[in-house]
Ligand binder design. Structure first.
Ligand SMILES: [Zn+2]
Length: 550
């Protein structure tokens, strides 16, 4: 914030003057964790959040409901009086972080030997990389995998950085048409775990394509559009100047009152989409953390996403945020407001995805709309994706950590990057699997076949033309070697198994084959006699290979 005419300012406005060109230091800033126990408590906190507070506060978790934790940082000079004020209002609170600057340092790897050995600009999946190293990594990924990876610059930011979408797609689709999935991260600059998670998903898709049949299935049937850092200006700013910056870097806008002018930078990009723009949970004050901007799509980043999605329709839209472990479904602009297929399609898939996520490390997610679980917020991208673009499945995922007494909010330790990425990938696999089952599978089913689900979403889809199966080929004979479980057995090709012809695009024959189905659609392919296709046998060994059905 830049303040002119300081001699006329109130004391709190003096305190809030920071030169944005100088690195912010959060020494002795406190993170106060408050539990509202009554309507009065809640009203007091909401008032602090929405209106001009006399204290220098930054709400990491705004007040939502009685019993819901509120995280707010307070400047050292305001801490004592703010805490006294909380006491006066009989609020339960604790000081979760006593020195925010120290907590910011602790977010990085604690392994000094690793730090000493590593070049700070080197890209690694288990650290919080700078924007320049991420950008370099993306170009390298494209150069090393030209058949799989395409880089698309969908726009440029206020500070002239690229808004870079990575398109990842395989070449061996069973059907000519593929579906698309969108994953973005880093719309809010300080939520560093989100880009790190998107980059892990990207890494799995690209680097495991050649050896993992499940990934082959995902890439051969799906074009993935991954935008690892939607707000590169803000992200870069959190690395260079202010770790706790949230918005983009729209140049400062100034507002005047009788005596002085206050200028503030940045727009909250997740309030800048045109779903009930400016109606709830966003601010018209450029100095507020949830400033929605002068108009819907006023910002180059949100406009770039809009224009890209209008030209490149997707079936699933995932936007990654942090924190509090919530899987949010549209709509978030108003409480008890749901799309028609909320309970028939969106919520069941979200529950399955979070169940798969939970299975890996036991991480628990709550599922629902942002308005019901947290607070109303208009102009969010996932609401726009569902409400305006009619993308069937749109979700906002609030990643680790959970909003608990002992977590550090946005400052998730680097050692949690890997597990967060791994468990989120488990959820994304469920989404991908469903997109193939629901939108690719009908293309190879007879047109008389009824859809799998009877959701509103699916009912509105254009029917896909039936693709005649190609002439059957003789299935490979495989000898059963060992039995692990009834649904997953390892079999080995017999010595008489013919090698694929030199013209085939299938991967090199493997010594062992797992008796496993890589998708719920396998049973449909079997029913419709597609098991004689080699690719189907690879993906659906359990359903298709006679040896697997003993
Ligand atoms: Zn966010």
């Amino acid at each position: 914030m830049i303040v002119k005419g300081q001699e006329d300012l109130e004391p709190w406005q003096f305190r809030r003057h920071y030169d944005e060109a100088i690195q912010r230091n959060y020494r002795d800033y406190k993170l106060i964790r408050i539990t509202p126990r009554s309507e009065e408590n809640l009203d007091y906190l909401k008032d602090l959040f929405h209106s001009q507070s006399p204290y220098e506060l930054d709400f990491w978790q705004p007040p939502t409901h009685i019993g819901g934790l509120v995280d707010v940082t307070v400047a050292p000079q305001d801490a004592e009086i703010f805490v006294r004020d909380l006491d006066n209002h009989q609020l339960d609170y604790l000081v979760a972080i006593n020195d925010l600057e120290q907590a910011i340092k602790s977010e990085r790897s604690q392994d000094a030997s690793i730090d000493y050995m590593q070049d700070p600009s080197e890209f690694r999946l288990d650290k919080y990389n700078t924007w320049s190293s991420i950008e370099e990594h993306l170009y390298k990924l494209r150069d090393e995998n030209p058949d799989l990876v395409t880089l698309i610059e969908i726009g440029r930011t206020h500070e002239n950085r690229s808004v870079l979408v990575v398109k990842v797609g395989g070449q061996r689709a069973l059907t000519p048409e593929k579906v698309s999935i969108w994953v973005d991260a880093g719309i809010h600059a300080r939520e560093w775990i989100a880009p790190a998670t998107a980059l892990i998903a990207l890494d799995k898709l690209v680097n495991e394509y050649k050896r993992d049949p499940e990934i082959q299935n995902f890439l051969d049937n799906i074009d993935w559009y991954i935008l690892p850092v939607m707000n590169p200006d803000g992200y870069d700013y959190t690395h260079s100047k202010n770790r706790m910056w949230r918005k983009n870097r729209r140049p400062a806008q100034c507002k005047k009152n009788y005596f002085h002018t206050i200028c503030c930078s940045g727009v909250d990009l997740n309030r800048n989409f045109d779903w009930f723009f400016g109606s709830s949970g966003s601010s018209s004050d450029p100095c507020h953390e949830t400033y929605h901007g002068p108009s819907a799509f006023s910002e180059p980043e949100s406009r770039a996403v809009k224009e890209f999605l209008e030209k490149n329709p997707v079936k699933a839209f995932i936007t990654l945020h942090s924190y509090s472990q919530l899987w949010l479904i549209p709509y978030g602009h108003r409480k008890r407001s749901y799309p028609q297929d909320y309970s028939t399609a969106l919520r069941p898939l979200a529950l399955r995805a979070t169940k798969a996520l939970n299975k890996l490390y036991g991480t628990k997610y709550a599922v629902g709309t942002g308005a019901d679980l947290m607070y109303e917020a208009s102009g969010a991208s996932h609401d726009y994706a569902k409400g305006t673009l009619h993308i069937p499945y749109a979700y906002l995922i609030e990643l680790r950590p959970k909003s608990t007494m002992f977590a550090n909010g946005f400052l998730l330790p680097e050692k949690e990057i890997r597990p967060t990425g791994e468990e989120t990938w488990e959820a994304l696999k469920i989404i991908a699997d469903e997109m193939i089952g629901q939108f690719v599978q009908p293309k190879i089913r007879p047109s008389t076949e009824k859809p799998i689900a009877t959701t509103e979403t699916q009912a509105t889809e254009t029917p896909y033309p039936y693709t005649e199966p190609t002439a059957p080929t003789t299935p490979k004979r495989l000898a059963v070697k060992t039995t692990r479980r009834t649904e997953e057995r390892v079999v080995e090709p017999s010595s008489t198994t013919a090698s694929p012809s030199s013209s085939t695009i299938l991967p090199a024959p493997q010594k062992v084959v797992k008796c496993k189905d890589y998708g719920s659609y396998c049973k449909w392919w079997k029913i419709h006699n597609l098991c004689d296709k080699e690719r189907v046998q690879q993906l659906c060994a359990l359903s298709c290979l006679p040896e697997c059905q003993i």
